[in-house]
Design a protein around this ligand. Structure first.
Ligand code: SF4
Length: 212
């Protein structure tokens, strides 16, 4: 595993490459963002962005989602993986928001994880993207790169998140997950990392057999 100084160096280098990383999901309101994040599980952001313009028009608020019910929401998302479960989550979440939160998305982690369809990763990504709170949501890229780049180990995304949130210096935390996702998506890909064009090549401590 990297030492504390090496982690600092890695964060600094990643920050230089992506000083202001942006989530690639398109959204305009907290409700739109949470629907997009729910849809993005096991799907690419590109696929999600293809369906959300119509979804946002047809289901602009939790109230509308409840009025439409699952049968009314499903057609908007049916080209996304696991659309039945995701439709169920969106409508159940909308109902809970109307019943208990005046139709608004809460903004604290402990409340978010009690809502239907929202686990630790979804809550972390939501707070990080919408409010720049220093959570490190662990998706497939973050999980993979944490191990490959020797930041930490963990059997589950929750374990990796807990460790990363401890070891990543405060000043780098907010942009960290988004930057690592971009690195994993475009350069440090699972099967064929593009080491030849990687801006982190000189400090990368991945095993040689991992590098291409
Ligand atoms: S040098 Fe290769 S293995 Fe290391 S971060 Fe870059 S792409 Fe990934």
């Amino acid at each position: 595993m990297l030492s504390k100084a090496e982690i600092e160096q890695f964060c600094e280098a990643l920050h230089e490459v992506h000083p202001d990383p942006k989530c690639e999901l398109i959204w305009h309101t907290p409700w739109e963002l949470i629907m997009a994040i729910i849809l993005s599980a096991q799907s690419t952001d590109k696929n999600v962005n293809r369906v959300t313009p119509e979804l946002f028009k047809g289901v602009p608020t939790p109230k509308k989602a409840v009025e439409l019910g699952e049968d009314g929401v499903r057609p908007f998302v049916k080209s996304v993986n696991y659309f039945n479960n995701k439709t169920r989550s969106i409508v159940a979440l909308a109902q809970k928001l109307l019943d208990e939160y005046n139709g608004e998305m809460p903004t604290d982690f402990d409340t978010l994880v009690t809502l239907p369809g929202i686990g630790r990763k979804t809550a972390s990504v939501f707070l990080n993207v919408a409010y720049h709170k220093p959570y490190i949501g662990v998706d497939t890229h973050v999980f993979r790169l944490a191990h490959r780049l020797k930041l930490c180990t963990g059997k589950t995304p929750a374990e990796v998140q807990e460790k990363l949130e401890k070891i990543i210096p405060e000043k780098y935390k907010t942009g960290f997950a988004l930057a690592l996702v971009l690195l994993g998506r475009y350069i440090c890909q699972a099967r064929k990392p593009k080491c030849g064009e990687c801006p982190l090549y000189t400090i990368c401590q991945a095993d040689e057999k991992e590098k291409k």
